[in-house]
Design a protein around this ligand. Structure first.
Ligand SMILES: *[C@@H]1O[C@H](CO)[C@@H](O)[C@H](O)[C@H]1NC(C)=O
Ligand SMILES: *[C@@H]1O[C@H](CO)[C@@H](O)[C@H](O)[C@H]1NC(C)=O
Ligand SMILES: *[C@@H]1O[C@H](CO)[C@@H](O)[C@H](O)[C@H]1NC(C)=O
Ligand SMILES: *[C@@H]1O[C@H](CO)[C@@H](O)[C@H](O)[C@H]1NC(C)=O
Ligand SMILES: *[C@@H]1O[C@H](CO)[C@@H](O)[C@H](O)[C@H]1NC(C)=O
Length: 175
């Protein structure tokens, strides 16, 4: 094959590779840590942090095989150290992208919200949420704008009227 043809074929291949290997896109982070009852912050090396590490580990290891791109877990057994967590991947992302996103989210969220017990982090591909109060039955409408209302089945809410706090989401066109 002539050299020029190889070159021409190489460009689309390289850009395909770039697309497949793309890092998940961080949209917004919500760190709740003030005026919360019970207190919304934890100390380094506390039991809460240990439970959080367990939670992250379980969520990451289930991110490749979770049905519907969703998984929830509870680490610890009693307040104030119990932590509830979940991830949810966008319906149309691949299992591999879902895993990459959750692994990335669990690996970086503590840097993004140091000491905060109640956090939601939105990526374009997934969201990660954890809290010291039960969150599984409580539909947080702030999940809504980024992930898309239809896939969550929450009727009667207007995604655009309730954007996530401090959003830098390109998707929403705000800054
Ligand atoms: C937390 O534990 C690590 C390892 O045991 C230690 O290096 C670090 O100094 C501890 N931090 C605090 C604030 O106690
Ligand atoms: C997913 O895989 C992990 C580790 O491989 C396993 O512990 C877990 O039970 C699996 N979860 C599901 C929902 O199949
Ligand atoms: C996951 O959420 C359901 C409610 O949707 C709850 O009943 C269940 O206990 C949760 N699982 C864990 C491991 O926390
Ligand atoms: C997570 O994504 C960021 C960019 O959003 C990237 O810099 C980082 O290397 C990724 N980390 C992992 C562990 O995938
Ligand atoms: C509280 O949250 C803000 C972001 O909202 C963050 O910058 C700050 O580091 C957090 N502080 C603690 C103690 O968690």
């Amino acid at each position: 094959m002539p050299r020029k043809a190889l070159f021409v074929y190489a460009i689309p291949l390289l850009s395909l590779f770039a697309v497949i290997k793309a890092d998940p896109t961080l949209l917004s982070v919500d760190c709740q840590n003030t005026t919360l009852d019970p207190p919304g912050t934890y100390s380094p090396n506390s039991t809460y942090q240990t439970n959080l590490n367990t939670l992250f580990s379980v969520l990451s290891s289930n991110s490749n095989n979770a049905s519907n791109g969703f998984y929830n877990f509870t680490a610890g057994s009693s307040p104030p150290d119990i932590t509830y967590g979940l991830f949810l991947c966008r319906g149309d992302v691949s299992a591999a992208m879902c895993r990459d996103c959750v692994v990335n989210a669990t690996g970086h969220v503590v840097e993004q919200c140091p000491g905060s017990k109640r956090v939601t982090v939105w990526y374009d591909e997934c969201l990660l949420r954890y809290s010291n109060v039960a969150i599984f039955a409580d539909a947080d409408t702030r999940l809504f704008p980024v992930m898309g209302g239809d896939s969550l089945g929450l009727d009667g809410l207007d995604p655009l009227s309730d954007p996530p706090p401090s959003s830098n989401s390109a998707k929403q066109g705000t800054s």
